[in-house]
Design a protein around this ligand. Structure first.
Ligand code: NAP
Length: 342
């Protein structure tokens, strides 16, 4: 690689060695205007790189969002919080709880930027981004202008949104607007939170979520990883009935639409892969949903491991688990299937 390439090793939590020829930092709206000249099919918007796997040694043009700022408007029943995409998600949660604006506490310690939160519709402990989203502001490369997407227009679903689907690579999120109702009720539906006292404060919920996450998840600074690598599969009731006949202890959660969510970590564990090492990379020893880069493995090493896990789980359960982590090749974001055939 010649010196005109930028190293992205410090900008992805897997710590993969990858270079980009162009790194464009967006710090203000003037920088945004300059983006319109770019070809939109070979670039990637990078937040904090905590949910990203770079597959090739070379990355596409990288757009790094550094837009900052938080504005709060007090409404009759709620606080309207508008946050620039380059703010850190956990710091936002902390800011809201400290300023007595509640609701986001279950989403504490999720790594990444505010701009990445709607793309993925981040979720944890029974709460997801969509629950508090009022709108998302989107800068469209083709028109060089900003549009506001209402919550409905964002088409949020389980760990997905219009920004991850139809609008992939076509623009960037510049800010989000959240609505945090003044009437607050703790969401203690998940195991680990249920043991909190009934009269619990949002700060206590947040502290508990932080403690749970720290006890279960490896810190990327000491063991490079990108949190949950796979999404929990959501299957039909019929498929679930077939599966539970054979595996009666399978952890499952009924969804509002009648489908059933299966814990992917359990599937991986049952396939005998918890702690499995493939060369420099492996499945985490305590949390099977997390793939770990132990010894400077490459993006391809991690992709091969992901395929290996996918394959073993499929052979045992005839269930396909899909990556939650975004896979970025030298020519842009790809699905695991596209990478197989490309
Ligand atoms: P866990 O308690 O071992 O449960 C395994 C899976 O079962 C979770 O992924 C969760 O799905 C689902 N689940 C558990 N209790 C549920 C309930 N009451 N209702 C519906 N679904 C339920 O999970 P964990 O690994 O410790 O994670 C705890 C939470 O932190 C989860 O919400 C998880 O998503 C979140 N988390 C996210 C990341 C990330 O990188 N995105 C990393 C670690 C943990 P859901 O994932 O759909 O909630």
């Amino acid at each position: 690689m010649d010196n005109s390439f930028f190293s992205l090793k410090q900008m992805n939590s897997f710590g993969v060695c990858v270079y980009s020829k162009q790194l464009l930092t967006i710090q203000n709206y003037k920088d945004l205007a300059e983006l319109s000249a770019l070809k939109s099919d070979n670039l990637f918007v990078l937040g904090e790189g905590s949910n990203t796997l770079f597959i090739d040694e070379q990355a596409p043009t990288i757009i790094h969002i550094m837009l900052k700022g938080i504005q709060v408007k007090e409404l009759t029943d709620a606080y309207q919080v508008t946050v620039a995409a380059g703010e850190n998600w956990h710091q936002l949660v902390d800011y809201c709880v400290k300023n007595k604006m509640y609701g986001l506490e279950n989403l504490a310690l999720i790594p990444g930027s505010v701009g990445a939160a709607p793309v993925q519709n981040i979720g944890a402990y029974g709460v997801e981004f969509a629950d508090f989203c009022q709108s998302v502001t989107w800068y469209d490369f083709s028109t060089a202008s900003e549009n506001n997407f209402t919550k409905e227009e964002c088409r949020f679903s389980y760990r997905s949104s219009i920004f991850k689907q139809q609008l992939k690579g076509k623009g960037i999120i510049t800010k989000v607007t959240l609505l945090l109702p003044k009437v607050w009720q703790a969401n203690l539906s998940y195991a680990g939170l249920g043991e909190l006292p009934k009269k619990v404060s949002a700060a206590q919920v947040m502290a508990k979520v932080i403690a749970l996450r720290k006890s279960k998840l490896p810190d990327p600074k000491s063991l490079p990883n990108a949190g949950s690598f796979f999404k929990n599969p959501i299957i039909s009731q019929q498929e679930f009935n077939c599966l539970s006949e054979k595996y009666c202890s399978i952890p499952h959660y009924l969804q509002d639409d009648g489908r059933v969510k299966i814990a992917a970590a359990w599937l991986i564990d049952q396939a005998g892969l918890k702690g499995k090492r493939l060369g420099k990379v492996g499945v985490h020893i305590n949390q099977a949903l997390v793939l770990v880069n132990y010894q400077n493995g490459s993006g391809k090493d991690l992709l091969n491991l992901a395929r290996y896990v996918q394959d073993k789980v499929f052979k045992k359960f005839t269930l396909k688990i899909e990556p939650e982590v975004r896979l970025i090749s030298s020519t842009g974001e790809k699905t695991i299937e596209e990478l197989e055939h490309g």
